[in-house]
Structures are given as C-alpha cells and as structure tokens.
Design a protein around this ligand. Sequence first.
Ligand SMILES: Cc1cc2nc3c(=O)[nH]c(=O)nc-3n(C[C@H](O)[C@H](O)[C@H](O)COP(=O)(O)OP(=O)(O)OC[C@H]3O[C@@H](n4cnc5c(N)ncnc54)[C@H](O)[C@@H]3O)c2cc1C
Length: 389
Amino acid sequence: MRHTDIAIIGGGLAGSTAAAMLGRAGISAILIDPHQVYPFDFRCEKLDGFQAGILRKTGLLDDVLRATTRDVGGAWVARFGRMIDKRPSDQNGIFYDALVNTMRRLVPSCVDFIEAKATAVETSNDRQTITLSDGEKISARLIVLSNGLNIGLRHTLGIERDVISPCHSITVGFNLVPVGRDKFDFPAMSYFTENAAAQMAYITLFPIGEAMRANLIVYRNMDDPWLRRMRQTPEDALDEIMPNFRKLAGNFKVDDTIRIRPADLYVTRGHRQAGIVLIGDAFGTSCPGAGTGTGKVFMDVERLCSAYIPSWLASEGMDIDKISQFYDDPEKRENDARSLREAFDLRSMSTDTGLMWHARRWARFTARLCLGIFRTIRETVSPRRFASQ
Ligand SMILES: Cc1cc2nc3c(=O)[nH]c(=O)nc-3n(C[C@H](O)[C@H](O)[C@H](O)COP(=O)(O)OP(=O)(O)OC[C@H]3O[C@@H](n4cnc5c(N)ncnc54)[C@H](O)[C@@H]3O)c2cc1C
C-alpha cells in the first residue's frame, strides 16, 4: 500500500490546482485521475479579472496566463445592435483542456500522478484508504475529493446531492467567423439579450488563439426546437434571438463543431465527515452564465491548501472539527452564496417578464450606458493615460 499525506481524487481544474499548490508547499500528495492528459471538454473557456485575482493568491497565475489569449483592446458591451460601453481588457481565453493541462504541468514532480479511477474509499478520524481501478490501495491522512460531477464515490459515503435548479442554463459554444473581411471590428464583445422572449442571457465573443470564440447562454429545455435550429442553421437561429446583432457583428458564419451543454445547479448534503473534503464541482455547481465556477474552484483550493491543510497536518488525526473549518471559512461561504445568487439573478434578469425585472433590465442597461459615456469622456479628456493602458 502506498502512503501519502494527501490523496487528491480527480485531476480536473480543482484537483490539478490543489496538486500544484500542495507540491510547491512541500506537502506529500498524490493525484489520481483516469486521464494522463485531460481530454477536450466543453467547460469554462476564459478567465476574467476576478478569477485571476483569486488564482494570483495561489502563486500560479502568471504561468497560467502565459497559455491564454488576452482580449487586447478591451471588450465591447452591447445591446439592441449598439455598443454601449468599452470595458478595459481583462479576459483571458483558453480551452478547458488546455487550462487543466497547463495546471498539471505546474505540479512538481514530487507529487505522484496515478492514472486510474478511484473505485472505493474508506474514511476515519485518522487514516483513509482508497481503492483504485487497478486494485492498488492508497493510505492517506486526508482525501481531497475533486471528481467533479461524478457522484459514485460520494453516494457510498452517504453524501447526497440536492438539485436546486435542473437545466438551469444551457451553454452553446462555437467559433464565429467574419464573412467578407479578415476580422471583426471588436476585439471582444458581450452582447446582452434584446428581450425576455429570447430566453437568453448574453453571447460573449472573445479570442482564443486566432479564433473568435463564442459562448451563448440560453434558458431553455434540452428538447427546445430552437436548439435543433441552432445545430442545423446556426446563423438563422442567432438572428432569430438577436435580431440586431448583425449591426455590430456584420456578416458572419458559425464554424467548427457546435457544443451544447446544460448545467444543473446542485448543492451537497452530508459532506461534513472526518478524513475527506470536497472541492470544486464535487461540492456544488454554478451557472456558466454567471461565470463563477472557476472562481469557486480557485477559492476552494486557495483556502484549503493555504489556510487549512498545513495546520491540519501539524497535529494528529483528521476529525470532523478540522474538516468543518474549511466549510465554515467565511470567504468560501460568501463566494459560494454569491455564485448561487448570481445564477438566479441572471436568469430572472434575462427572462422574467414581471414589472420589477423589466425595470431592473432597463436600469442595468442605463447604468452600462452611463458608464460607457463616462469612460468615453474620460478617454477624450486624458487620451494619453488611456493610450498607455
Ligand atoms: C458548458 C460549461 C461552461 C462553463 N463556463 C464557465 C465559465 O465561463 N466560467 C466559469 O467560471 N465556469 C464555467 N463553468 C464551470 C467550470 O467549468 C467548472 O466549475 C469547473 O470546470 C469545475 O472543475 P472541477 O475540477 O471541480 O471538475 P472537473 O474539471 O470536472 O474535474 C473532475 C475530474 O475528476 C476526474 N474523476 C471523476 N471521477 C473520478 C474517479 N472516480 N477517480 C479519479 N478521478 C475521477 C475526472 O476525470 C476529471 O478529471 C462552465 C461549465 C460548463 C459545463
């Protein structure tokens, strides 16, 4: 049996980031995942300033950013076919597999990678045992469970998942190609819903390498005929829900494979247990539209690996009181609560037809418009300062 202090089950973004942090801190750890190289997976495709801010605290930000494409020149904010604001650049585009594999390259060689599935776990106040798909057993002081949406292992421990919003949103991902010219007029753009009937939040366009990537967030059922039209005649389907989009995007076509993926919102129950801690999607999901999933992953990992694991290892045992310190961390709790709040707010803001939400939609539009006007005036008054940004 192999012995370690920390066994990380699942080497997606959360597990790989934890492995990189623990290895760099000289903590004995093992990372277990069935894939030596993380395969293509349609997930988060960019990091924004907020997420980068949390990642900075892990000490891994600069190496990750080198693998991304920056939205140099800023992002247009638009609605009703007109640009209403130009945000300073803070988006860094990267496909999810590239993001995870970049993170894995930052894991020091002192952290062993085991290419296998964890098939069973036994936990206690002292040491934990993991059985792998090849029959090998691992003994660890703590299990970090970062196996994403896979619920198998959690069930065996009595950890339950409460789905609080099934198919909360659907993300559609594709490349957008300009027709009749080399590139789009904008470096990046977020185009917000024109009306509640469109059942969408926004489309965000941002560069990854040479491509203009698009992530569209819609609120529909998976059997909605519009999704079929999106697969068959995507340009027409986009015109249908954003009639004025072409005023800014010009003539375009949808290239590459269209990826369509629903996201359920769930929270976890029964997770306060000795010897095991859940992070990332294994603990709870987020709405891709709110863009809080990666921030949740980085917050979980940063709090766990810098604030708690070193002190837990400094004394005997791994009881429930130690584990609860992580779940009660005020920054983590606030971040998780904000993620859920934003998921529901964005949905209501985009689709609700009640008077209050209608008013809030207009208030948000007006606020963005004012911000845009303010930024334009500021740039005109002190152009040199902005030219250097
Ligand atoms: C379509 C889509 C778009 C998104 N867009 C955004 C966005 O724009 N912004 C944002 O912030 N968030 C976004 N998210 C959310 C974000 O991508 C996730 O929160 C994040 O990827 C979760 O990472 P994770 O490491 O917890 O899980 P995962 O990346 O799923 O990792 C789980 C890992 O566990 C491994 N595993 C599973 N079972 C076992 C086992 N038994 N033994 C060993 N290993 C196992 C898997 O192989 C995998 O490597 C999006 C999500 C989706 C679905």
